[in-house]
Structure formats: structure tokens, C-alpha cells
Design a protein around this ligand. Structure first.
Ligand SMILES: *Cc1c(COP(=O)(O)O)cnc(C)c1O
Length: 415
């Protein structure tokens, strides 16, 4: 792409720098001060730091490649000034968020970056009153060579579309979703942790922002993406977590919404989770609500057991969230010759298991050190990762972070 063409199309003021004021409010309904990006390409002239003030990012979205062109020969953008050794899984405000609205015909268009900040919303919005919304979660990693990697973003897009169908919402196309994620990550690239220090967590939201009073789908929807640099999800880091099997509360029911990432599923598990945490457990392991006998999953991650080198995980049948990490681990394990079974896994099998681990974008792969069921505690591994869990963890994270050859073709390189 011709740099002059990029430069002539945009001016420094096209993107407003965020105000850090606590009262900063961004009106979703007023985009007038910001220029729309053409849907298939992004050109940003940024950023506030002196080192990268001439950096021009030109991003033609294609399957696996976005190019960053810089006026100097280096791709290095100055990193945000935070203590990268101390980041946990909490929200840190970044520079930009992305918003795209849909009209009554259900078509999303004219999405754009805007300064990260509060949004204005009608008190009668369907999301606030009836929980009509979905979220997604994915991560961007910074490679040693400065390139940025996304992991299977189309999978998140497809899952959001499936969830939207369940929740009676229109949703962005896969291409719109991936372009929006790419745009948001590139605009916030100074917030992507250095290699080995963590990742940039990307949180897409799809919500009914139109006003309703009687129960009905909203007349208007907003797709929004914000990002935050993150470290480990569990305070244990990669040390094993301790779970307790939940006997009273359930997160999902047959015919319900457990299989989609709708926001209401999560407020509903806070009670069980906080009771477990107060007792010193990291999280709760749910059983099926009909027989109270089959393993389902943890509040926000999927579960696997390993017995005699055979890997088993509960099959997807509506009450379990179809994790992209789950699916990827299954494929990686099979490619390494492991037998992987997706089936009903009974709570009794916890007694015999050699290893247990959880998977999810946030937790990646977390070894389970113990599971308590009806006052009985089953322990796994000596003190840390089991052999199979460790092998799978290393394979997946190397791939996600660009440390190994991506022979699965799962990563998308942004710059
Ligand atoms: C998001 C989520 C997962 C993990 O899904 P990934 O795509 O691997 O991040 C598992 N269980 C629940 C309940 C979730 O919300």
C-alpha cells in the first residue's frame, strides 16, 4: 500500500485520544466526531508516544496476514508504561474500543474505533432489563519478533453467531467480527504484553441496546470490543487449582442456554463460586442437573480427565459451553496419537483419574490438583502438572505464542 495514500486519507485528529477522566463518557449514539473506517481496510495514524509518532499501520485484512508499514524500518511500538511483571486477570483501561451498531434490518455496518470509556445506554435497554447479550473472549500474543498473533478468531465469530441465533439477536458476519478484532488489537498494540509476560485479552460483546418494556427482542443492537492486558487467570498461576463438585446449584439445564456464552449464565454461578472460594477452593465443578452424576464443566472453563493415557471430556450436548480451547486440545492430543473420548464422564471416574485439567481462553490449560466431592478429596499429580497435561499445555501455548510451527494453521498474524 502506498504510504502517501494512507497518509492523505487520514489526519492525526481522525482518532481522538482517550480521556483518562473518570467521568469520560462515550456516546454510542454519536459517532460524528470519528471517521468511519472502510469495512475492508484499516489505516490508522497514531500514536501519542514520540518513538512511534510516525508509525502508520496499514491493515488489509486477509486470511493470515496484515502488514504494518512504518516510516522507519522498525515495527516496534513503544509499550505502555505499566509493570508487566505484575499483571493479573483484571481490567486495565486501554486506548480504544470498537463499536458497531445494527439497524432494524439486522445488518451491522460502520463500526469504528473510539476512545475507551463509559458508554451511554437507555435504561430500558434489553441488555439491562432482560439480559439479551452475549460475550466472547480471545487473546492476542506478542511474538519475540514483534508480530502479533490471534488464535482462531473465526471460531469466536461463529460461536457468537450461533449464540445470537439462540438469543434472538442479529450478529456481525465472521468477516466483520475478525476485522473488528484486528482493528481493535492493532489500535491498542502498546498494551500487548511483551513475550512471556501475558497476553491482550479481547472481549467482544453483542447486546440489545434498543429500548424495550414488554419482554421482546430489542429493536437495536450494539457490537462492542474492548481489550485489556492480562496475566494468569487463577491466582495459582500454572500451579494446580482445587475444585469442589457442586451438588446444589446448577449452571445449565437441558433446553436452557448453557451452550452459548450469554451473560446471564455467569451472574447465576457467582453464588456457588463465592461459597467455594470462601472455603478456599479455586472454583466449582458442575454436575448435570438431571442425574447429578455426569461432569459438566467449571464456571468458565471445560474439564478433562486422563486415565491410562486416554483423555476424556464431557461431550457437547447443550449444557456445556463448546470451548475453542477444548476443541483445540482435543485436536492437538489426537494429532499426537492420544485417544480422546467425548462422552458422558461420571463423577465416580474422578476417583481413578491420573490427571485432571481445565481448558479455556482465560485459563489456557490449568492443572487440577484436587477435587472435593461430598467431603472426599481426590488428589492428582505429585506437585504440579501431570505428564499428559504438561505436554498438551506446552504444545498449545507454543502454538498460540508463535514459539512453534503452526502446522494446524490456527494462528492469524497481524503485523
Ligand atoms: C468461555 C467458556 C469456556 C471456554 O471456552 P474457550 O473458547 O476455550 O475460551 C468454557 N466454559 C464456559 C462456561 C465458558 O464461558
Amino acid at each position: 500500500m502506498e504510504r502517501s495514500a494512507v497518509a492523505s486519507g487520514f489526519h492525526q485528529n481522525d482518532i481522538l485520544y482517550p480521556s483518562r477522566a473518570a467521568t469520560s463518557t462515550t456516546r454510542l449514539h454519536s459517532f460524528s466526531s470519528l471517521r468511519n473506517f472502510p469495512s475492508s481496510s484499516l489505516r490508522i495514524r497514531q500514536s501519542p508516544s514520540p518513538v512511534s509518532s510516525n508509525l502508520i499501520i496499514s491493515c488489509e485484512i486477509s486470511r493470515n496476514r496484515c502488514d504494518a508499514v512504518s516510516s522507519s524500518s522498525t515495527h516496534v511500538t513503544e509499550l505502555a508504561e505499566i509493570d508487566w511483571d505484575k499483571i493479573d486477570f483484571g481490567l486495565k483501561p486501554t486506548d480504544y474500543m470498537y463499536a458497531m451498531k445494527c439497524s432494524r434490518d439486522g445488518e451491522f455496518s460502520q463500526g469504528q474505533l473510539q476512545p475507551f470509556g463509559n458508554i451511554e445506554i437507555n435504561p430500558s435497554a434489553a441488555v439491562l432489563n432482560y439480559g439479551q447479550a452475549l460475550f466472547e473472549g480471545l487473546k492476542a500474543y506478542r511474538k519475540q519478533d514483534g508480530n502479533i498473533l490471534l488464535f482462531r478468531p473465526e471460531e469466536n465469530a461463529i460461536r457468537m453467531r450461533n449464540g445470537a441465533e439462540r438469543m434472538c439477536m442479529p450478529s456481525p458476519t465472521v468477516q466483520q467480527f475478525v476485522e473488528a478484532v484486528t482493528t481493535t488489537v492493532l489500535a491498542n498494540q502498546r498494551w500487548i504484553p511483551p513475550p512471556g509476560k501475558g497476553s491482550l485479552y479481547i472481549r467482544p460483546l453483542l447486546m440489545g441496546t434498543g429500548a424495550v418494556l414488554g419482554l421482546a427482542p430489542a429493536p437495536e443492537y450494539t457490537f462492542l470490543i474492548f481489550v485489556s492486558p492480562v496475566g494468569n487467570y487463577f491466582k495459582e498461576g500454572v500451579a494446580p487449582i482445587n475444585l469442589i463438585v457442586e451438588n446444589e446449584f446448577h449452571r445449565a439445564t437441558p433446553g436452557g442456554t448453557g451452550g452459548v456464552k450469554t451473560i446471564g449464565n455467569y451472574a447465576a454461578v457467582l453464588k456457588a463460586q463465592s461459597i467455594a472460594k470462601a472455603k478456599g477452593y479455586s472454583d466449582v465443578l458442575y454436575l448435570d442437573c438431571v442425574h447429578k452424576r455426569y461432569l459438566e464443566e467449571v464456571s468458565s472453563c471445560n474439564i478433562f480427565i486422563v486415565k491410562d493415557n486416554v483423555i476424556s471430556t464431557p461431550e457437547i450436548k447443550g449444557t456445556i459451553l463448546p470451548g475453542i480451547t477444548r476443541k483445540s486440545i482435543i485436536e492437538v492430543a489426537r494429532s499426537q496419537g492420544f485417544k480422546v473420548e467425548e462422552r458422558n464422564v461420571t463423577v465416580d471416574e474422578l476417583v481413578e483419574a491420573d490427571e485432571v485439567f481445565c481448558t479455556g481462553t482465560a485459563v489456557v490449560l490449568s492443572p487440577v490438583g484436587s477435587i472435593t466431592y461430598k467431603s472426599q478429596r481426590f488428589s492428582y499429580g505429585e506437585d504440579g502438572f501431570g505428564t499428559v497435561s504438561k505436554q498438551l499445555y506446552t504444545s498449545l501455548t507454543s502454538l498460540q505464542m508463535g514459539l512453534s510451527e503452526d502446522n494446524m494453521n490456527w494462528t492469524v498474524q497481524l503485523s
